[in-house]
Design a protein around this ligand. Structure first.
Ligand code: UDP
Length: 328
């Protein structure tokens, strides 16, 4: 174990970032969070050192890397909203690609060789077969997925030269919240299924729209692999430990290997909240594959990742607890 290693976490004030930062602190790492707070929340950083800044700002990055000799970087900072990426591709490529190149330049300059990268199942596009293995064809169908794949390719080439050792984690659908009640999901605008269902249960929204009920799935609605955010956070800590122990560059899917349809998620939310949740069937959302389920055998065997919260009811309970008592 490499406790006390110094880790820079970009985007550590965001949803997955803040959960990972909490777990890193609990595991004994010395964490510095770097976030521009465009989408992140200062309150989500509970105990770590915090630096406000943007990955497009080379000078502030250079100062930060000069001040602290980091052992590793975990890089979450990115724009993530798919529909926005279709409308504003350049904005996404600038931030997600150019910003990451800035960060990598600083890693080279300051000899920081370990890098954990937030990637996404969106790199696969519409899957040809599920569960999806890491070797599946990479064919993203939106600019967001393309920015993530571009960075994966840069990291692969840099890994080949030995300049850097990198783990890319391809997330499926992160959901839920840490049971402490201090952090949780908070996007503006919110576009994700579970928080939108829960806002409807709370009465903040009129109804939840099901985007398409004529998909080739058992109940006609899309199927996704929802992974509790604390299990996802654990995957980052294991990836970091692996790299610090001399592990080589690799790519891993992060999901449970099981899927739930939109209708099943709504039914579970009704059970958990015991509230009335009005539903409206609406048109398909562009770019939604019918089924996305991870094959997670690789991360289980190589990183010894053992999920603890593979339970949709627990995921929705923790998300509901957050929604009722949110701090930001
Ligand atoms: N979805 C939906 N209504 C909504 C939001 C999402 O039916 O208001 C569906 C969406 O089409 C997808 C699933 O819920 O099949 C999960 O969507 P989300 O945006 O949460 O995550 P994604 O799978 O796009 O990463």
């Amino acid at each position: 174990m490499n406790k006390k290693a110094r880790v820079l976490v970009t985007g550590g004030a965001g949803y997955i970032g803040s959960h990972t930062v909490k777990l890193l602190e609990e595991s004994g790492f010395e964490v510095t969070v770097f976030d521009n707070l465009i989408n992140g929340h200062r309150e989500a950083v509970l105990n770590s050192k915090f630096v406000k800044g943007d990955i497009l700002d080379i000078e502030i990055l250079d100062r930060l890397f000069s001040e602290v000799q980091f052992d590793a970087v975990i890089h979450f900072a990115a724009f993530i909203e798919v529909a926005e990426s279709v409308r504003h591709p350049l904005k996404f490529f600038k931030n997600n690609v150019s910003g990451t190149l800035n960060l990598l330049s600083q890693c080279l300059k300051h000899r920081v060789k370990r890098f954990v990268f937030s990637s996404t199942a969106a790199v696969y596009g519409v899957p040809e077969s599920v569960p999806i293995v890491e070797e599946h064809t990479l064919c993203p169908i939106n600019p967001y997925g393309k920015t993530k794949l571009t960075v994966e390719r840069v990291l692969e080439d840099m890994s080949n030269t030995g300049e850097i050792f990198c783990i890319a984690l391809r997330y499926f659908n992160a959901a839920g919240a840490n049971p402490c009640g201090e952090i949780g999901e908070s996007h503006n605008p919110e576009t994700h299924l579970i928080p939108l269902i829960l806002k409807t249960a709370k009465g903040e929204r009129e109804n939840i729209k099901i985007f398409g009920s004529d998909y080739p799935t058992p109940d006609g609605t899309c199927v996704r692999d929802y992974i509790h955010v604390d299990d996802l956070a654990k995957a980052h800590v294991l990836a970091l430990d692996y790299l610090l122990d001399g592990g080589k560059s690799d790519v891993f899917n992060c999901g449970y290997g099981a899927g739930y349809s939109v209708k099943q998620v709504i039914e579970m939310a009704k059970r958990v909240t015991k509230r009335f949740i009005p539903v409206e069937i609406s048109d398909r959302r562009e770019g939604d594959p019918p089924v996305l389920i991870a094959d997670n055998r690789k991360i289980r065997s190589v990183l010894n990742w053992q999920p603890e919260y593979n339970d949709l009811e627990y995921i929705i309970k923790t998300a509901w607890n957050w929604e009722l008592n949110r701090k930001f």
